[in-house]
Design a protein around this ligand. Structure first.
Ligand SMILES: Cc1cc2nc3c(=O)[nH]c(=O)nc-3n(C[C@H](O)[C@H](O)[C@H](O)COP(=O)(O)OP(=O)(O)OC[C@H]3O[C@@H](n4cnc5c(N)ncnc54)[C@H](O)[C@@H]3O)c2cc1C
Length: 247
């Protein structure tokens, strides 16, 4: 569906691989790790929107591996990324084993979608892989409009610190032994949705995103204000987030 240019603007950049080095590592919870990248190669990096993503590139047994990640912050030559350490995949293994001095290549962002100041409120819905987007959106926009975040993590031990403020509501859902997204959709059902022109932005497991969309459309949300990103898919390695999410 074409993007409504009164609400969103897309800016494209030259797609460039940039070598980077791990500067520091911090575990924010048992399964959630913040890694700061730095290095000369990043000198002309830029990221302007919480929905931006880059590809991290590594080589494993001679094979080039690329996976999508979200710039949490970009400041003073430091690119901060955050990793949900759930996947049993090569990029998550890289993040688990990274040390200061480890190297990686950053590709992109290819472009940014900039949200125009036409919304009355924002609702962010997702899983741990969406926390960098949610955290960044709260940091950059919660002084301008009310924001609600509904996020699914394994358990209370996986709740990380997010920005706080009078415009911010954060609701945590705990996955436990359930399939990804079940607790998220359940939590969403109990949330009172804001009035007015509301932007809904969701990211997480692809089938869960289908269910989030169904739940929101059933509650009368305008499809044009609903942005969904399938960040990964159960049982599928290297899921292509450009794939259509099932209706
Ligand atoms: C636009 C975009 C932005 C993203 N931003 C981030 C980010 O900032 N931080 C982040 O952590 N992730 C982010 N992701 C998700 C990340 O790219 C995927 O989780 C990716 O599959 C991890 O790569 P991998 O090599 O570890 O696993 P893969 O080789 O891709 O997959 C291996 C196995 O792990 C499973 N798997 C993958 N991800 C998960 C998961 N989260 N939980 C449980 N099982 C999983 C797969 O289904 C597969 O069975 C983003 C994705 C997109 C599309």
């Amino acid at each position: 569906m074409a993007q409504d240019t009164t609400k969103f603007e897309t800016v494209m950049y030259e797609l460039k691989p940039r070598p980077a080095v791990v500067k520091s590592i911090e575990d924010l919870s048992p399964k959630y790790r913040r890694i700061v990248l730095t290095g000369e190669g990043l000198s002309d990096f830029n990221s302007v929107s919480p929905s931006d993503h880059i590809k991290l590139m590594i080589e494993v047994d001679g094979e080039a591996i690329r996976r999508d990640y979200t710039p949490r912050t970009w400041a003073n030559g430091d690119l901060t990324l955050e990793f949900a350490l759930h996947a049993d995949g090569p990029l998550t293994s890289w993040a688990r084993n990274a040390e200061p001095g480890s190297t990686v290549t950053v590709l992109g962002p290819r472009g940014s979608v900039i949200v125009k100041p036409v919304f009355d409120a924002v609702v962010l819905v997702g899983d741990d892989t969406f926390l960098p987007t949610a955290g960044r959106a709260l940091s950059e926009f919660s002084d301008q409009l009310p924001m609600t975040v509904i996020v699914e993590v394994d358990s209370a031990a996986e709740e990380i610190g997010l920005p706080e403020g009078e415009n911010i509501t954060v609701i945590w859902a705990h996955r436990g032994d359930r399939l990804p997204g079940e607790a998220l959709v359940e939590a969403l059902a109990g949330v009172e949705l804001p009035e007015g022109e509301v932007l809904y932005y969701a990211g997480g497991e692809a089938t869960a995103m289908r269910d989030v969309r169904r739940a929101l459309l059933a509650r009368g949300v305008d499809r044009a204000n609903l942005k969904l990103s399938g960040h990964w898919k159960r049982g599928e390695s290297d899921f292509d987030h450009h794939a259509e999410i099932e209706e």
